[in-house]
Design a protein around this ligand. Structure first.
Ligand code: NAI
Ligand code: 2PC
Length: 308
């Protein structure tokens, strides 16, 4: 039996709060314990598609104690400015670990929702509790899922967005279910912001430390190649840096590798209580995206389907 296309299992507010976020927290906590009976998840294998300025990523994960076997194929591209082609496309396969057959196939919804939900977990742990202003840099697919998840989980007084094209930012603003302020520059968008989400395809820094309010939390979701950046060295050096996976960060993140900063903790360490959440300081959570996040989300889709 192959279960496909289950957006409604993952993207209602109730499912998000009661199921997706708790399952992701548990999975990230297990991942950070490095117990192979809990999680076996190698760093993504990435094949460059040089001719097409793209990459194919393969993301397997086995959670023996939970009986979850999953892999994702994800292609991602550097698209020229103004391109309407999707930059990220994914297929997630949940398999039966005993027989090897495929049980769930999806990709887009799981990738959009689990990435935003993991960012929300980082915000829950690292953002100041009195945060009022959320800024989103980028107006693509991840920007939309982050807007939806963040405004569902938290209460902000103001949400700001920035895109290189004001027209695209206006179109994005019009597609949302709530109010948003469109900003003309990154500096204007992030000034005084308590939490900043970077979800661009940029390969150069777009967010500079000199503009970031001390004590703000930055969730950096784009720039998943060792020579790609979204954040400048000043910001990286002034922040306490958290990652989803140390191995992934040291292999894939230009923001970490090129700035030479020390990683303070994995987000799973904070979930496990083995490292503190330095909320009072400026913090960066560098998200690369993990197979264990797809595995936990695909299993949730399957469990929900079985209940119907
Ligand atoms: N950490 C994770 O788990 C995941 C990360 N990603 C990454 O998130 C980023 C966004 O993904 P999608 O929303 O699917 O892409 P998208 O193509 O839908 O949106 C990308 C956004 O970045 C903007 N952009 C492109 N080049 C830029 C530049 N040079 N400077 C500033 N903005 C620029 C585009 O105008 C658009 O608003 C990508 O880098 C992708 O690889 C995607 C999935 C999971
Ligand atoms: O985890 C993921 O799906 C991805 N991370 C970077 C591009 C896609």
């Amino acid at each position: 039996m192959i279960v496909t296309e289950f957006p409604h299992y993952l993207n209602t507010a109730n499912e998000l709060r009661k199921h997706l976020i708790p399952r992701l927290e548990t999975a990230l906590g297990k991942f950070s314990k490095r117990n192979s009976a809990e999680v076996i998840q190698p760093v993504r294998t990435t094949v460059p598609l040089q001719k097409h300025s793209g990459f194919l990523g393969v993301m397997p994960c086995y959670m023996e104690n939970d009986g979850i076997l999953c892999t994702k194929l994800v292609s991602f591209y550097k698209r020229p400015a103004g391109s309407t082609l999707p930059s990220t496309q994914a297929t997630v396969m949940l398999l039966d670990p005993e027989y090897g057959n495929v049980k769930v196939m999806d990709g887009e919804v799981i990738t959009f929702m689990r990435t935003a939900a993991v960012s929300a977990i980082s915000a829950k742990l690292l953002m100041r509790p009195d945060a009022e202003v959320l800024t989103i840099l980028g107006t693509g697919k991840q920007a939309k899922s982050h807007y939806n998840v963040f405004t569902e989980i938290f209460q902000f007084k103001e949400v700001r967005v920035w895109s290189r094209s004001v027209d695209r930012a206006d179109t994005f603003a019009g597609s949302l279910n709530g109010p948003v302020t469109v900003c003309k520059s990154v500096e204007e968008a992030v000034k005084g912001a308590d939490i900043i989400v970077t979800v661009t395809r940029s390969t150069e820094p777009v967010l500079f430390g000199q503009w970031v309010k001390p004590g703000a939390h930055v969730t950096a979701v784009g720039a998943c190649r060792p020579d790609w950046r979204e954040l400048d060295d000043t910001l990286m050096k002034q922040a306490v840096v958290y990652v989803d996976s140390r191995e992934s960060a040291m292999t894939e993140s230009g923001d970490i590798i090129l700035s030479g900063v020390e990683i303070f903790a994995e987000i799973g360490d904070v979930i496990n209580g083995t490292k503190p959440a330095c909320r009072e300081k400026t913090t960066v959570f560098k998200s690369l995206g993990l197979g264990v996040e797809d595995a936990a989300s695909a299993q949730l889709v399957y469990d929900k389907w079985k209940q119907c």
